[in-house]
Write a protein that binds this ligand. Structure first.
Ligand code: NAP
Length: 308
């Protein structure tokens, strides 16, 4: 049993890294677990233009800076997955795939995962032209025809990125007659020559070995349309990564996001949550802010004074 730490932060995205910085600087022995290599969804953002201090930066670069900064103040265990958490009378037993830790307080910053579209062909062709990360996979589609499905900021940014790296044609397919994403991004997408297809519902993705086409319903006239393409980037929102929240029996809303008070306390004493797992507005800056608040509030569970 590892008893070296007072606070465990689960998830090294924007919220988790910021929490680690604030906790470490408050004198808390902190460990951060991440089942992958950290950065969360921020890592996959082709570019970020609204994080103050950085007029334009790639998600990868900003995520790397967050992680490096957090390492100054906390031990970060990348590639270590938390499998189970048990609450005892005065602590939490955190079981990872490598060790068991006895910890006084926990910050859940497990984020969210890309939502699936849920159409025929999507699962079969995943990794064979169907992708959920333009930054990760876009490179393979330079000179090719691709479609991005979704109408939010992620879809717009992905489409702009794919065009920028040299995809021959980029379509943005959205189910409603208006995009949800920021106006500035909509204008940029139009200027970059992205072909925006509104009121189209994707029905299936077709292809023998790799993606060859998608079939859509044009909602305005009910007609079926087929678009020949080489790749489909799905950007239809996110779902909370709430497995551990369920194990801890935390109060959640109807969509599965963890409920917190304004100090990031969950319904279980000693457990705090920050970032996308709490739902609401999901921006790097709001996740970072929640991480800072969660870390400072967690001092109350560690017998330390907190500065507010
Ligand atoms: P989002 O804003 O929730 O948008 C998801 C889009 O997918 C919506 O347009 C939605 O359509 C569509 N959609 C959902 N389910 C669908 C389905 N089954 N079939 C077809 N379309 C479907 O998600 P997001 O773009 O990933 O963004 C997530 C959060 O991160 C948001 O809060 C966003 O503002 C934030 N974000 C911010 C930035 C930035 O500030 N630069 C960048 C990326 C993300 P409807 O419009 O019809 O609902």
């Amino acid at each position: 049993m590892n008893k070296n730490y007072e606070l465990a932060i689960i998830g090294a995205g924007a919220a988790g890294c910021t929490a680690a910085i604030y906790a470490g600087r408050s004198g808390v022995k902190t460990v951060v677990f991440d089942k992958g290599s950290g950065g969360g969804l921020m890592f996959t953002a082709p570019k970020i233009e609204n994080y103050p201090g950085f007029k334009e930066i790639t998600g990868m670069e900003l995520a790397t800076r967050f992680i490096e900064h957090a390492r100054r103040y906390a031990d970060i265990h990348m590639g270590e997955e938390v499998k189970n958490i048990k609450k005892t009378s005065d602590a939490f037993l955190i079981e990872t795939d490598k060790d068991i830790y006895e910890i006084k307080a926990v910050i859940l910053s497990t984020g969210s995962n890309p939502r699936k579209l849920g159409v025929d062909g999507e699962e079969k062709l995943a990794g064979k032209g169907v992708s959920y990360c333009a930054t990760c996979d876009g490179f393979f589609f330079r000179g090719k025809k691709v479609a991005v499905v979704g109408g939010g900021n992620t879809a717009l940014l992905d489409a702009i990125y794919l065009k920028q790296i040299g995809c021959k044609e980029v379509y943005l397919i959205h189910r409603r007659d208006a995009l949800r994403g920021e106006k500035a991004l909509q204008i940029e997408a139009e200027e970059k020559g992205i072909k925006i297809l509104l009121s189209r519902k994707v029905k299936k993705i077709e292809g023998r070995e790799n993606v060859e086409s998608i079939v859509m319903e044009n909602i305005t006239d009910g007609k079926e349309e087929t678009l020949d393409i080489d790749g489909v980037f799905i950007a239809v929102g996110e779902e909370p990564e709430n497995k551990l929240a369920k194990i801890l029996n935390l109060d959640m809303d109807e969509e599965g996001y963890v409920k917190v008070d304004r100090f990031q306390r969950t319904s279980v004493r000693g457990v705090y949550a920050a970032g996308d797992i709490t739902g609401g507005i999901r921006q790097v800056i709001t996740s970072a802010a929640e991480g800072a608040i969660a870390a400072l509030t967690s001092l109350e569970s560690l017998g330390k004074k907190y500065p507010y």
